[in-house]
Ligand binder design. Sequence first.
Ligand code: FAQ
Length: 307
Amino acid sequence: MEAQDRFDAIIAADERIEADDWMPDDYRSTLIRQVAQHAHSEIIGMQPEGEWIPRAPSLRRKAILTAKVQDEAGHGLYLYGATETLGVERADLLDLLHSRKQKYSSIFNYPALTWADVGAIGWLVDGAAITNQVPLCRCSYGPYGRAMVRVCKEESFHQRQGFQIMLTLAEGTDEQKAMAQGALDRWWWPSIMMFGPPDTESVHNARNMAWGIKRYTNDELRQNFVDMTIPQAELLGLTMPDPDLRWNEERGHYDYGEPDWEEFMQMVRGEGEMPAQRIRVRKSAHDDGAWVREAAEAYAQKHEAAA
Ligand code: FAQ
């Protein structure tokens, strides 16, 4: 059987392509783009919440938030590892992030202004991430799908800790409730835009669905997230910042308003001061960590020489 036929047969049987299997160049490059972008999102995503670790309102919250932010670093590690199985080097991927030749998720170009934003990030951003990532556990590329299984387990703890922060604030003083509402107002639209452009504008939907990389389109996942989140907001007693939001009996789903797609594109392109700051902070963390990489290299060489 020709390599292409074998690849097509694996995809048609809904089985997995592994790192040493032959794969078409554009399947490989699409995965490198998506998995690297995902890895970059995890480590850039440490910043908005990481900034709140010193200001967490109690020792318990500080410990939980530190664990969550460390988990995101771990997710970056699995995902850079998965990308390396496709024949690229992590150091080169980091260069591409730092030189802005590869992207990270639009969501991390928004600032976390209050403690309630930490709750909203866990509840909404991790909630959206799980909605997107549970189907990715069945991605046709084995190393990516398997990395997603563990990531999803951890994201589900993240989502619950965020919801719990929101619940505490929503049940608190008027000022705390207003803080929770403000965070929902700021994070709702960016969260639903995380799923990517509308299907009519998505460049990669059709091909990635055919390859079993994506299992649902951007709009299908966005709808799932909206349907799942509205009852949670009701439980919190908060108001969704969307006047067009209503249950559609006929469709069996919520109808929702049109996000600001121009703002989304600005965030994807990384325009403005916040994206510049994200890259600046990332590069300086990378430079500060040079001695760790050098020490690890020296240690590996010492053991190699001894062996
Ligand atoms: N941001 O044709 P499509 C997390 C780009 S992890 C920036 O629809 P595709 C955990 C897209 O790359 C969050 N760019 O693309 C956490 C493409 O650009 P290109 C990250 C975006 O790939 C929580 C163009 O637009 N998750 O949050 C975005 O079929 C809390 C056309 O789009 C993942 O990366 C965006 N939001 O579908 C961490 C999941 N959306 O390259 C810390 C894996 C689209 O053609 C704290 N990725 N673009 O110039 C995916 O599932 C897919 O790549 C999509 C996009 C769904 C993001």
